[in-house]
Write a protein that binds this ligand. Structure first.
Ligand SMILES: [Zn+2]
Length: 123
């Protein structure tokens, strides 16, 4: 997948339309260093991405850029989708899980992330 500056916003818009009836308000989506991720809201996926509900900002690990050629688009979409749900629910509660299951490649995307954790760190 080729990551142009536009790609991230395109995915945010696509996710908002498809899963949230355009009712979600995302202010920013930006790249950040891994160290920053750990200071933000805790999440199982915090290595890859986090969401800061107060500022409605989604942060993505900047190392994703290095491995983006190996990352399928649906995985990045899933990651952004997951963080978008955190704008509604901070924790992975039942309501959170119910929305998350709407993602068609939910299991496959999770597996890809698990399999590539190490690659993300080493770049
Ligand atoms: Zn999460």
């Amino acid at each position: 997948m080729k990551l142009t500056p536009k790609t991230l916003w395109e995915i945010v818009k696509e996710v908002n339309q498809k899963y949230f009836d355009n009712e979600l308000s995302v202010k920013k989506i930006k790249w950040t260093k891994v160290s920053t991720l750990y200071y933000l809201y805790p999440c199982r996926y915090r290595l890859w991405a986090v969401c800061e509900p107060d500022t409605k900002t989604i942060y993505l690990n900047e190392n994703i850029k290095k491995i983006s050629h190996k990352m399928p688009r649906y995985v990045l979409t899933y990651l952004i989708f997951h963080e978008c749900i955190h704008l509604l629910y901070l924790t992975h509660c039942l309501s959170f899980a119910k929305i998350e299951k709407n993602f068609p490649q939910f299991k496959k995307a999770n597996q890809w992330l698990l399999d590539n954790d190490k690659r993300l760190i080493t770049g």
